[in-house]
Design a protein around this ligand. Structure first.
Ligand code: PMP
Length: 423
């Protein structure tokens, strides 16, 4: 590694997310993005098979999104969103609400997925308090992941990601993971005993992402939504990962025909170009914050709330969700299903699964979980063959941008097949 090259300079000054720097292989230098591809020095090309942490939906450096960002940056870069407003924020809110599940009526902007979750949790707790019947219990599911800030960590599964902070996390009532047949009976018992204390339940509709792309069925989501609604418990859908077409329809809740009280969005919201979070709420939730007493307001905001450039990027991205995009997603799903059925023949491939543009399998090993070394070596193996992959412990997944061509996606599976042959 040259001392003046980018990885060496990085090693002196940067601290990377979710990275044990000790013994870490140097990071991959990337200069530009082009559709499904990332390009490094010497024209080294990598197919982004993980959509850069699940954010890139239409492809990298999309010209329409780049143009919208440029135009907005030259017109109005930023303005305080307490007391001021602007076309990108209002227009995006209108356009989002037209496409979100019915019932959602208000858009609250924040910065990323974790802050979208924090806002939803605060809205849920204060909603009940403002209505004069405080409820303090949050319900969450085993294996959940909702982000890295403290509220989001509190409702996430307790485990290796949260161990260092466990004494600081607030208590949450936990129900079995959604794939567990014990979930609905446990929910019934919980609602029977403590229904009137529970403020909200938070779920990742149909796919628990960071848990290892654990997929669950629409009927369970529909049943869960019906049960909590009858007890006045708010349903928070964390669609930070599943939103914007990842599972097929624009939002995963659509599979179950469920309309949550609160929905959290980020990642694909701007097409993966800029950070932006959204928490959408029903009018009923919003109305609980209205009143002559200023103390019933939601005291939450970030310096960059509703940043005009990010909102403009999100509007440009949303406009790209047309029939062509839906076709691209259907094609990717068909290729996933075809290729996964081939990979399923390898004895080490366990529980192959596909939903929309997401495909995953577990790699059989004595160790499971995030710290498993089962898939160790896959990232380097893929990079050598021009594919960017990043397994979640023993779980290997493929989640490409929607512009990925069928033959490019098949290339990713060829690399996975070769890895399974040789390891
Ligand atoms: N919720 C879910 C379901 C997620 O997958 C993630 C990120 N992987 C988050 C929340 C947190 O989003 P962010 O990383 O943008 O804070």
């Amino acid at each position: 590694m040259s001392k003046s090259g980018l990885p060496a300079r990085d090693a002196r000054v940067c601290w990377h997310p979710w990275t044990q720097h000790f013994g870490q292989t140097p990071p991959v230098p990337v200069i530009r993005g082009e559709g499904a591809w990332l390009v490094g020095p010497g024209n080294q090309r990598y197919l982004d098979a993980i959509s850069s942490w699940w954010v890139t939906v239409h492809g990298h450096a999309h010209p329409a999104i780049a143009a919208a960002i440029g135009a907005q940056a030259a017109l109005l870069d930023q303005v305080i969103f307490a007391g001021c407003t602007h076309e990108p924020a209002v227009g995006l809110a209108e356009e989002l609400l037209a496409r979100l599940p019915s019932g959602l009526a208000r858009i609250f902007y924040s910065d990323d997925g974790s802050t979208a979750v924090e806002v939803a949790l605060k809205m849920a707790l204060q909603f009940h308090r403002n209505r004069g019947s405080p409820r303090s219990v949050m319900l969450a599911l085993e294996d959940a992941y909702h982000g890295d800030t403290f509220g989001a960590m509190s409702v996430s599964a307790r485990g290796v990601f949260t161990a260092a902070f466990q004494d600081q996390l607030f208590a949450v009532e936990r129900l079995p993971a959604p794939g567990d047949p014990g979930l609905l009976p446990a929910l019934d018992r919980m609602l029977d005993h403590r229904g009137s204390e529970i403020a909200a339940i938070i779920v990742e509709p149909l796919v628990q992402g960071a848990a290892g792309m654990r997929m669950w069925d629409a009927a369970t989501l529909r049943a869960l939504a019906g049960k909590v609604r009858s007890e006045g418990v708010l349903l928070i859908a964390d669609e930070v990962m599943t939103g914007f077409g990842r599972t097929g329809p624009l939002f995963a809740c659509e599979h179950a025909d469920v309309s949550p009280d609160l929905i959290c969005l980020s990642k694909g919201l701007t097409g993966g170009s800029l950070p932006l979070g959204v928490t959408a709420a029903t009018e009923e939730v919003f109305e609980a914050f209205l009143g002559a007493d200023r103390r019933t307001a939601l005291f939450h905001g970030h310096s960059y709330t509703a940043n005009p450039i990010a909102c403009a990027a999100a509007r440009a991205s949303l406009a790209l969700f047309d029939e062509r995009s839906a076709d691209q997603r259907r094609t990717l799903e068909a290729v996933h299903r075809d290729e996964m059925s081939r990979l399923a023949r390898y004895p080490r491939v366990v529980a192959p699964r596909v939903l929309g543009t997401i495909a995953a399998f577990d790699l059989a090993d004595s160790e499971t979980g995030y710290l498993s070394s089962a898939a160790r070596g896959l990232t380097a193996f893929g990079l050598e063959r021009g594919v960017l992959l990043r397994p979640l412990g023993s779980v290997v997944y493929v989640m490409p941008p929607y512009c990925t061509r069928p033959e490019e996606l098949r290339q990713v599976y060829a690399v996975l097949g070769e890895f399974l042959e040789t390891r």
